[in-house]
Design a protein around this ligand. Structure first.
Ligand SMILES: Nc1ncnc2c1ncn2[C@@H]1O[C@H](COP(=O)(O)OP(=O)(O)OP(=O)(O)O)[C@@H](O)[C@H]1O
Length: 669
């Protein structure tokens, strides 16, 4: 079928009519404005397309080499997008700022169909040469555009629909355009969103690539968004200067340009130095740590890493960040904490937990999949590692995947991998999926309740057949791994809501273990001692009053929160015995989440002492509701009016709910 629809007279007349009628004066009508430019500025005629210029081989080669890093960063994302669209009559295209096509991902069949009309690498698709079109008009307007069939200026292109978005470099300058050209004109809005996400992924990769010797900092006001596409990303020099920032970072920090943020240092943005953030991130095994906006009460969750280039240098150098003034140097014991659960700090002395661990160790050897349920921070990953280490597959890798924080478009490639050269434009090296990496070891699927439904079907097939086929290949690999999954959500409730496949649930839950929250554990004293030792070394001690406060706290954030509180207490105590004065977040409020996670409320409302009492058992749905409410309260700094507003319920309704879920709060004094 030809893509050229020679309906010249109708289309050309329409273009002339629109421009004559002055419709192009509407600043929101991107297409009409472009048509006006084509007629009045570039002197084009809809029925007389010019042959598209194609760069000579040598010039193209130079251009490709100049843009090599952008192309490299885009290659993988473009392939993922192409796979996601799963439409053989589509091309994903990257151009430079002059509209020269640098890279294209499409099927061989579609490539041969569109080549005669100039859709190929080296061709120039600027508006001046190709009239109104996705790539050229995106460049001319500097904004995302959808150019549907008859929106094209030249009649010859009205068989295609193109959507395109700008891509910015780490300096905030437009550096490329990403476009999808297709026969289908369906779902353009959806496509623009997907393209926008892909552009952001490319931009983030470009920051990593161009600033390998800088410290990457990931942050967001909500911890679950750190490491996702929505996170703010900074590249920071060794001396704390901001070198680059992504669009989300600018937005979250209220800045308008990269130039503005480049004049700042980390301390100007957050109430912490770079060294302090790196040190705390290392100690928290790169779970997001709490930090505040400088001179404001805004709270962010952040992870600061060491430069990628340093990391590659590997064992030759030990790269501990310089100690921060006021914070004691990391004791040797901390070296035992490179990742959750490692190095003998894991404590499972609680009888219920010890029994669960025994069960898990027994069944894992018989290839029974284990599903761990429990509140966030209760130690599901630590538990899973302990099971792996005691299992027959302990010689293999423990491969953890957080299903909630992977961008949806990446999950497939992450899990299943893909082969080099499987697609036009696929990465030269290909990619080994996590399932293959876990072969002979343990695959830990964290936050499994957040996996999209269509992917659940593929995962189920892998679990049933124990075979994996990397994307874009026909190859089938046999795999043999132990499976542990975890979720803080109630999977059966998700099954009832149609959000989780029932058959997958039964595949994952060979044995289901409900890990107790910290407040219900009887080994709190031992856990506190072990964590304190890990954070502060053997010389660190607690006063009886401090220990009482720690033992009585309800710990909505569980062991993770306990670790954070102990870490700041160690720093505050500065080699002295830890007393109540070093636990400011527990002192006085006897139950509010710690200062690290909660700023002072505008109208202080705090949980009462009774909150520290043992909680009666709640069913899983109530426990979930309770957790959500605690998080909301924390988010709104325990301001009940604001939480009621956020939930669109009256304060009375909210109070009733809080009472039912045993969340007790009262005004102080
Ligand atoms: N038994 C334990 N002994 C020592 N430290 C623990 C223990 N359990 C949890 N931790 C610490 O608490 C933090 C949270 O643990 P982990 O990541 O395993 O929790 P999780 O339940 O998987 O959290 P999430 O639901 O957010 O994924 C980690 O820093 C970990 O080191």
């Amino acid at each position: 079928m030809s893509l050229v629809l020679p309906r010249s007279d109708g289309h050309a007349d329409h273009v002339f009519d629109v421009v004559r009628s002055g419709q192009h004066d509407d600043p929101n009508d991107i297409v009409a404005r472009s048509w006006s430019r084509c007629l009045n500025e570039y002197r084009l005629h809809p029925d007389r397309p010019r042959e598209l210029p194609v760069l000579p081989a040598k010039t193209l080669e130079e251009r490709l080499s100049r843009m090599a890093d952008v192309i490299d960063c885009a290659r993988y994302e473009m392939t993922s997008l192409y796979q996601q669209l799963s439409d053989g009559e589509t091309a994903v295209v990257l151009t430079d700022t002059e509209g020269v096509i640098l890279h294209m991902v499409t099927s061989a069949d579609f490539a041969s169909q569109v080549e005669p009309m100039g859709l190929r690498v080296g061709a120039v698709w600027s508006e001046t040469t190709a009239g109104t079109n996705g790539m050229g008009t995106c460049l001319a307007s500097g904004a995302p555009v959808s150019v549907r069939r008859e929106d094209h200026f030249f009649t010859a292109y009205t068989g295609l629909t193109c959507s395109a978005v700008p891509v910015y470099d780490p300096a905030g300058e437009l550096c490329a355009v990403l476009d999808v050209s297709s026969r289908s004109s369906m779902m353009q809005q959806h496509l623009l969103v997907l393209l926008g996400m892909t552009a952001r992924m490319i931009e983030n990769r470009l920051i990593d690539r161009r600033f390998r010797s800088a410290h990457p900092v990931h942050f967001h006001s909500r911890p679950e968004f750190v490491y996702t596409l929505h996170e703010g990303r900074l590249a920071v020099s060794e001396d704390g200067h901001i070198l680059a920032a992504n669009r989300s970072a600018l937005f979250q920090l209220g800045m308008t340009s990269v130039a503005e943020i480049r004049s700042r240092r980390v301390e100007d943005l957050f109430q912490s130095s770079l060294n302090d953030m790196v040190q705390r991130s290392v100690s928290s095994s790169f779970h997001p740590i709490v930090t505040y906006r400088a001179n404001a009460a805004h709270r962010f969750f952040a992870v600061a890493r060491r430069p990628a280039e340093d990391a590659r240098a590997g064992g030759a150098m030990t790269m501990m960040p310089a100690p921060t003034p006021g914070v004691r140097p990391a004791p040797a014991a901390r070296a035992a904490l490179p990742r959750p659960g490692s190095g003998g700090v894991s404590t499972f002395a609680d009888p219920r937990l010890a029994q669960q661990l025994g069960t898990a160790r027994r069944v894992i050897g018989r290839q029974t999949p284990i599903l761990l349920c429990g509140e966030t921070g209760s130690g599901k990953e630590v538990f899973a590692r302990a099971v792996h280490e005691a299992s027959p597959h302990s010689g293999g890798a423990f491969v953890a995947i957080n299903c909630a924080s992977l961008p949806e478009s990446l999950i497939e490639a992450e899990l299943f991998g893909y082969r080099a050269g499987a697609f036009t434009g696929a990465q030269r090296t290909g990619r080994r999926g996590k399932i293959l990496q876990a072969d002979g070891g343990t695959l830990f699927l964290d936050e499994i309740g957040d996996m999209p439904l269509d992917l659940q079907a593929r995962l189920l097939r892998v679990l049933e057949e124990r075979q994996v086929t990397p994307l874009g290949t026909e190859e089938v690999h046999d795999v043999n791994f132990q499976l542990i999954s975890a979720s803080h959500r109630n999977l059966l409730a998700l099954v009832d809501e149609g959000l989780f496949r029932e058959d997958l649930y039964y595949r994952l839950a060979g044995v289901e273990l409900d890990l107790p929250p910290l407040r219900e554990r009887s080994d709190k004293r031992e856990l506190i001692r072990n964590l304190l030792q890990a954070e502060g070394g053997t010389e660190c001690t607690l006063s009886p009053e401090a220990e009482r406060l720690l033992l009585n706290h309800p710990w909505p954030g569980n062991v993770r929160q306990l670790r954070h509180v102990l870490r700041s207490a160690v720093a505050l105590a500065d080699a002295q015995q830890i007393g109540p004065e070093h636990l400011p977040s527990l002192r006085g409020n006897r139950g509010v989440p710690p200062a690290e996670t909660v700023a002072q409320p505008a109208v202080p409302v705090v949980p009462t002492e009774e909150a520290a009492e043992e909680l009666p058992r709640l069913n899983p749905i109530q426990a979930n509701e309770r957790q959500v409410l605690l998080q909301l309260l924390e988010h709104h700094r325990w301001n009940v009016s604001n939480v009621a507003k956020a939930l669109d319920v009256s304060r009375n309704t909210l109070y009733r709910k809080l009472h039912k879920l045993h969340i007790r709060i009262s005004h102080p004094g």
